[in-house]
Design a protein around this ligand. Sequence first.
Ligand code: ZN
Length: 139
Amino acid sequence: MKSQTEYLTFNTKSRRDYINITGKIEEIVRKSGIQEGICLVNAMHITSSVYINDAESGLIQDFDDFLEELAPHEPISKYRHNRTGEDNGDAHIKRTIMGREVVVAVTKGRLDFGPWEQIYYAEFDGRRPKRVLVKVIGE
Ligand code: ZN
């Protein structure tokens, strides 16, 4: 069995951002040389997510609006977590709604997606370096 482990770092300019990382993950799978296996991609922080969905700008804005409705960033005082002196109570909740990781099958050396599936990194408390783990295992 072969394995390849890589860490990607994102430092977004805004508090929230949605970044299509499909190309970067495909490159890691290609580099691994693995033909048949599994690719895990997970956010390593509890205020960001990795998810799979459509690369369509309207939908991305819909996700952001939906998350802001459920867990608005302000007022900061709304969240007990922010009594610790942090201001990211909303980001922890958004992360848990959107998920921690995705797993994609690798078939014949390629990510075996369904139609329109793309891998996204979702940032909910950015403006600092944050990491994503990519692990490909197989043969
Ligand atoms: Zn926090």
